[in-house]
Design a binder for this molecule. Structure first.
Ligand SMILES: C[S@@+](CC[C@H](N)C(=O)[O-])C[C@H]1O[C@@H](n2cnc3c(N)ncnc32)[C@H](O)[C@@H]1O
Length: 259
């Protein structure tokens, strides 16, 4: 494991309770914690009729599963076997709790997405949301996604949108160049021992990594964020908070050749 990955593991172990509390804040009173999945045909990653592919009966792995929302949602959507992998034990504890809360079948394993502790050709589909931008070696992570997928398998890769990440949240202005070196350290809380280490990669770099690993990219997904203002024009856009004008995430639906 690299020093950057060790730092991220420490950070996520420290941050996990607060992060998950924020995720569940709207539902603390009475609601069911949300468990969105990119395999929901009406969900955030839906685009056209071909994507998401049907998940009923499929074996699916989530790479960087965090609190398990995506894995649990995928099990609820009818997947036959779901495995979530994450580097941080504290996140996995939340994932197991969410799984038990919903009463679905999903397995959660500690592991690094650049060295996934799972067999070759074991899954029909894989997905990763908001995790690969925390990985120092993108190619290694994408190659691992390919390795665990069967021929013809589908992969949904989504990261924080690189355009949005250019904007400094404090000043609302562009804080770095699009092609600047990708590595950034972000202080989440001054009381934490570790910082978040993120790698902001361009759209073309993400696409290149998928193509070089043998994936065909079939759709690019830029979901309209909840409460975002990405459709605003004119005065409404001029007065909006700049980050709200851009999509939160950038996703790719990719497939391996069926042979
Ligand atoms: C922003 S959270 C996203 C979690 C989840 N996918 C979601 O969308 O809510 C990022 C997750 O990636 C995990 N992570 C970071 N680096 C990782 C690595 N090298 N291998 C596996 N997981 C990693 C963190 O522990 C954290 O749970």
């Amino acid at each position: 494991m690299t020093d950057d990955h060790r730092e991220n593991r420490r950070l996520w172990n420290e941050w996990s309770d607060a992060f998950q509390a924020l995720w569940n804040a709207d539902t603390d009173e009475s609601g069911v914690p949300p468990a969105p999945t990119p395999f929901d045909p009406d969900g955030h990653a839906a685009t056209g009729s071909a994507f998401p592919p049907p998940v009923a009966g499929a074996a699916v792995v989530e790479l960087g599963c965090g609190g398990g929302q995506g894995s649990v949602g995928t099990a609820l959507a009818g997947a036959d076997r779901v495995v979530g992998v994450d580097i941080a034990e504290a996140q996995l504890r939340h994932a197991r709790r969410l799984r038990d809360y919903y009463g679905v079948d999903a397995r959660f394993l500690q592991g690094d997405v650049t060295d996934v502790p799972l067999a070759d050709d074991a899954f029909d589909a894989a997905f990763s949301e908001a995790a690969f931008q925390l990985v120092a070696d993108l190619d290694a992570a994408v190659r691992e996604a390919r390795r665990v997928l069967r021929p013809g398998g589908a992969f949904y890769l989504s990261v924080m949108h690189p355009f949005r990440e250019l904007i400094d949240p404090e000043t609302g202005t562009i804080g770095r160049g699009y092609h600047a070196p990708p590595r950034r350290e972000i202080e989440i809380d001054e009381s934490y021992d570790a910082d978040l280490v993120a790698f902001d990669r361009s759209v073309s770099e993400l696409h290149r990594a998928l193509a070089d690993a043998g994936f065909d990219v079939e759709r690019v997904v830029e979901p309209e964020p909840d409460g975002g203002e990405t459709t605003s024009e004119g005065d409404a856009a001029a007065t909006a908070e700049p980050r709200a004008l851009l999509p939160d995430t950038l996703g790719f639906w990719a497939r391996l050749d069926a042979r």
